[in-house]
Design a binder for this molecule. Structure first.
Ligand SMILES: Cc1cc2nc3c(=O)[nH]c(=O)nc-3n(C[C@H](O)[C@H](O)[C@H](O)COP(=O)(O)OP(=O)(O)OC[C@H]3O[C@@H](n4cnc5c(N)ncnc54)[C@H](O)[C@@H]3O)c2cc1C
Length: 455
């Protein structure tokens, strides 16, 4: 066994993982290919460079990402420490000065006596020792090919094509009907939003006029033919959608006994049925336009979006098929995945998976029991999504309240709690369970860096 843990990728997840390891006394070799080789989005040689926005999103505890950040702070996250040191005013969001943020992390990592940073591209998974792969959404080509060997070709993806997800409680259930295509009974897993001819035509027109996010140069792939954005399909002809993802065949509206002119189908995204995915609606529409246009669909007038649609260049694995709850590969448990490549989406989520992979790799190195945070916490909710989502439709996901188990003992009356109050209770539950987990599993007892101080 090697006398160090290898971390591949010095982005958000890799930096956090290295810190968690070193702060538990475990030597780390951190490989980062920049500045020798840049990804199409990174511009510097600094660790933890933010490739786009400088916002880590809401700081409110009643927002799921606000809770995730608070949990990270309590777990002594380096990324959170850097964010709080480099904060710039941004209202309810936590935004950072990206230069100060990345410099802070680079210096902390470089000056830690147990971390050696090596600026080289890794082309193959090391043949032995404990390894954390945190090479991100723009993993270098050669390394990705090698990683596929471990995950299986079919479970490694280079692009995501994400359809929006809405909260079940925001659907107008009076206007939709449950039915699976060609099923005889009126019940089914799918929820169907029926459109009349006029509604369909208005919807297509709005889709065509809506503002889109342009593809970056490195994102213009041939592959999109197989998974076209909904607005591109609409450009091919007024009826294309009606013969594609909005086809009504085999779906009788029980209220009219007839097939609607067109339908939008919603598929449950989780076991609790708190989230629904707009089937086939992958899109490059701007987020605000998605709200405006998709709320024209009958039943979705007041839809609240847990996730917006998007299409990105993104390397990620089909986590429910390849990962354990500890973030180890099922086939090769000495290898952990962390960050966006593990199947989460976003700066904060990627960092959080780096944090957990770092804790668990440090435990494996020291032959300790590995740990999984409770599903009621934001960290645990992400792990649950990674390992329990339907592998047939798995796509990367931001943290959102729909991934958490509902509040226990929810009576009809309690169901009607104002949203903010419900989220406040869920956040309280999460922080209580996190504290218990930290105590019971002795998560921080071995953390030897000074919080906020030098290594
Ligand atoms: C263009 C783009 C814009 C994005 N914008 C946002 C946004 O605004 N907000 C948001 O929340 N999320 C955004 N994301 C999503 C995602 O959260 C970020 O990409 C985030 O940085 C992911 O963290 P990570 O640690 O997994 O990967 P990264 O931060 O990308 O880190 C991976 C690191 O691995 C290195 N690397 C890759 N291959 C190798 C190799 N073979 N050997 C050695 N090093 C290697 C890379 O150089 C990189 O430094 C964006 C993603 C992309 C692609």
């Amino acid at each position: 066994m090697k006398e160090f843990v290898t971390v591949i990728g010095g982005g958000l997840a890799g930096s956090e993982a290295s810190w968690q390891l070193a702060c538990r006394g475990v030597p780390v070799r951190l490989y980062e290919m920049r500045p020798r080789k840049l990804t199409p989005a990174h511009k510097t040689g600094k660790l933890a460079e933010l490739v786009c926005s400088n916002s880590l999103r809401s700081r409110e505890i009643t927002s799921a990402v606000g809770l995730l950040k608070e949990e990270m702070r309590r777990l002594f996250s380096l990324i959170m420490e850097a964010a709080l040191k480099s904060e710039v005013p941004a209202g309810k969001a936590l935004a950072v000065d990206r230069e100060i943020f990345a410099t802070y992390i680079t210096e902390k990592i470089a000056s830690h006596p147990l971390i050696t940073v090596i600026n080289e591209e890794v082309k193959r998974i090391p043949a032995e020792g404990i390894v954390i792969v945190a090479t991100g959404p723009l993993t270098s080509e050669e390394f990705a090919q090698d990683l596929k060997r471990l995950t299986g070709e079919e479970f490694f993806h280079f692009y995501d094509a994400i359809a929006p997800i809405v909260y079940a409680e925001s659907i107008d259930w009076e206007k939709v009907f449950k039915a699976d295509r060609y099923a005889s009974s009126g019940e089914g897993a799918y929820v169907n939003c029926p459109l009349t001819k006029e509604e369909y035509e208005r919807f297509v027109e709005a889709l065509l006029q809506a503002e889109k996010v342009p593809f970056k140069d490195f994102e213009k792939p041939k592959y999109f033919e197989g998974c076209l954005p909904i607005e591109v399909m609409a450009e091919r002809g007024r009826d294309t959608l009606r013969f594609g993802p909005m086809k009504p065949v085999g779906l009788k509206d029980p209220r009219t006994g007839k097939e609607p002119y067109a339908v939008v189908q919603l598929r449950p995204e989780n076991k609790e049925g708190t989230l629904y995915n707009l089937v086939g609606f992958q899109t490059k529409l701007k987020y605000r336009e998605q709200e405006r246009v998709f709320r024209m669909i009958p039943g979705l007038e007041k839809a609240e979006f847990a996730r917006y649609g998007s299409i990105h260049r993104n390397s990620f694995v089909c986590a429910p098929k390849v990962l354990q709850k500890t973030l180890q590969l099922q086939k090769e448990p000495r290898v952990f995945l962390a960050g966006q490549i593990s199947g989460v989406e976003g700066y904060v989520e990627s960092s959080a998976m780096g944090l957990l992979a770092g804790i668990n790799a440090s435990r494996l190195f020291r032959k300790m029991k590995l740990v999984v945070p409770p599903p009621t916490t934001a960290h645990g909710a992400l792990i649950r999504h990674l390992t329990e989502a339907d592998p047939g439709h798995f796509q990367p996901m931001n943290i959102n309240w729909g991934l958490f188990p509902p509040l226990e003992g929810r009576s009809q009356k309690r169901k009607k709690l104002p949203k903010k109050e419900k989220y406040r209770l869920m956040a309280e539950r999460a922080l209580k369970d996190l504290t218990l987990w930290i105590t019971n599993e002795k998560i921080l007892d071995d953390f030897i860096c000074q919080k906020g101080g030098a290594g």
